[in-house]
Design a protein around this ligand. Structure first.
Ligand SMILES: NC(=O)c1ccc[n+]([C@@H]2O[C@H](COP(=O)([O-])OP(=O)(O)OC[C@H]3O[C@@H](n4cnc5c(N)ncnc54)[C@H](OP(=O)(O)O)[C@@H]3O)[C@@H](O)[C@H]2O)c1
Length: 250
């Protein structure tokens, strides 16, 4: 019989966190929903000791949006240091954190700099960990379309893309948390790799939006210069199974 585990999901009310919590419950495990609005705050440390008591693993999918490099870096680095410190006392055996594929090569983007600071705080903590670096979520496509829209067209970088559904991300994180720590990084990507432009076209077609979609090698990724492989895994990766067409049908 599988041993029932207690897993604390930091950001357990968010897009990925709420799915991870449901998967853990459905599998018979105990999942603690941690978020600042329910009194468990990774950035200030409030409520962490109580939430972590007796936990086997932590999944950190907390998030904050800012375009200020210092603000975002401080949030991720401070939160991770607080978590790693708080996990030491009760002897939590595995910390799993969700990051982004190639975050280390894209630090000219302020948000990626924050994710890199988060990764570094985890990897240098001395605690057992797995960093899961995912590609962009299907659920993020609308934000990307808005960001790259101008003058009646959508113009994205001329690069490859391999997006993944939030359901697949949550499943991979739960599997990681219930497995042995890698003490390293694993990449996680969607089932299909194609030009960024083609995913945006598929998305707009499904929404009945007939704006033209262009690819331009001079366009960057939120401040980071990018090349063909910048947003996709360079080596082995875990693959999700939900294609954008399947995701759009749900
Ligand atoms: N978007 C993408 O394509 C993509 C790709 C790869 C990786 N990721 C990563 O995926 C992760 C999860 O993203 P998401 O979209 O699921 O996030 P989300 O929906 O914005 O949810 C964020 C969660 O973090 C919680 N939170 C914020 N500040 C907190 C704090 N100080 N202490 C505890 N909890 C806190 C929020 O709850 P409260 O507000 O109540 O605190 C919420 O539950 C992010 O780290 C992101 O970098 C995203």
């Amino acid at each position: 019989m599988t041993k029932i585990k207690k897993v604390v999901v930091i950001g357990g009310t968010g897009l990925i966190g709420s799915k991870a919590v449901k998967l853990l419950h459905d599998a018979g495990h105990e999942a603690v929903v941690a978020s600042s609005r329910n009194g468990i705050n990774a950035y200030t440390g409030e409520g962490l000791a109580e939430a972590l008591a007796g936990a086997d693993a932590v999944i950190d999918v907390s998030n904050m949006m800012s375009f200020d490099r210092d603000v975002i870096t401080d949030f991720f680095a401070t939160s991770s240091r607080n978590l790693m410190g708080a996990e030491r006392a009760p002897g939590v055996r595995h910390h799993v954190v969700l990051s982004i594929v190639n975050a280390d090569q894209l630090a000219a983007n302020p948000y990626m700099a924050g994710k890199l600071a988060q990764e570094e705080a985890v990897a240098t903590s001395g605690q057992a960990f797995t960093i899961v670096r995912a590609t962009q979520f299907h659920e993020f496509t609308e934000t990307l379309v808005d960001a790259y829209s101008a003058d009646g067209a959508v113009t994205v970088p001329d690069i490859d893309f391999q997006p993944i559904a939030a359901d697949d991300v949550a499943a991979a994180l739960v599997e990681a948390a219930l497995s042995e720590p890698k003490n390293g990084t694993v990449d996680l990507a969607g089932p299909e790799r194609a030009p960024f432009r083609s995913f945006v076209s598929t998305y707009l077609d499904a929404k009945g939006d007939n704006r033209p979609v262009n690819a331009d090698a001079a366009v960057d990724y939120f401040g980071a210069p990018v090349m063909a492989g910048s947003l996709v895994p360079g080596g082995d990766s875990i693959k999700g199974r939900i294609t954008i067409a399947e995701w759009l049908r749900v």
